[in-house]
Design a protein around this ligand. Structure first.
Ligand code: BG6
Ligand code: MG
Length: 216
């Protein structure tokens, strides 16, 4: 029986995935190369430092630890500039309605994000009270596709992985949910999120009932 829904943040609840992409692209351009949208799919759900390492590898650059720390901080400053302008209007279409269905169905809700900025974003969009547990990048040691973030979420909610449904827009995030033993709803394209148990373009196209029917 499904008892809890675990939500990724970037690209599922808010469209910060595009902000991450813009900030990384700006950094890559400054370093003398470019990153495509297709390459960006590999960065989704991946931690800040791991993302930077993938980008540097893509550009054929090897840089010392100190420089890498500086570059990551620079990207984060640009990202925070974009995030600081966010308001509840930035919540993706269908999210408030979906969350009220979650509550009506008596399900628990948790956030499962690798982002260290997740608490700030949740506050900016006024969704602090929508979650029974918040797991973010400050509480974990391994990014997705490691299942740690979702297993911690289940743990805090005191439910088992088999009682959870994960909502994810990232290839790495879908893999994390599957490795954690959870039913995974991919948010995006079925051509990209091939490992997901079901896929919808956004939460707006889904009802809680549809998910529960497939998951149990
Ligand atoms: C994930 C994003 O949610 O958080 C990744 O999908 C991002 O793109 C990661 O790199 C880490 O985010 P932050 O905010 O800690 O740099
Ligand atoms: Mg995401």
């Amino acid at each position: 029986v499904i008892k809890a829904f675990l939500f990724d943040l970037d690209g599922v609840i808010v469209d910060t995935a595009i902000y991450h992409y813009r900030a990384w692209k700006r950094l890559a351009n400054e370093l003398g190369f470019d990153i495509s949208e297709a390459f960006n799919e590999r960065l989704k759900g991946v931690s800040r430092m791991e993302s930077l390492d993938l980008i540097l590898e893509h550009g054929g650059l090897t840089l010392p630890e100190e420089t890498r720390t500086e570059l990551a901080a620079k990207k984060n400053d640009w990202y925070l500039e974009l995030v600081s302008r966010m308001t509840p209007d930035d919540i993706l279409p269908g999210v408030p309605q979906f969350f009220s269905q979650v509550r009506k169905a008596g399900l628990l809700a948790a956030l499962g994000s690798v982002s260290k900025n997740a608490p700030l974003i949740i506050e900016r969009i006024g969704m602090q009270d929508a979650f029974d547990a918040i797991i973010d990048g400050n509480k974990i040691t391994r990014g997705k596709p490691d299942p740690e973030v979702f297993l911690k979420g289940a743990d805090e909610l005191e439910v088992s992985p088999a009682e959870c449904v994960v909502f994810e827009d990232a290839v790495a995030g879908v893999e994390a949910g599957k490795r954690g033993g959870m039913f995974v709803v991919g948010i995006g394209s079925p051509d990209v999120l091939t490992q997901a148990d079901m896929v919808a373009p956004s939460l707006q196209e889904l009802t809680v009932e549809q998910v529960l029917q497939k998951a149990q």
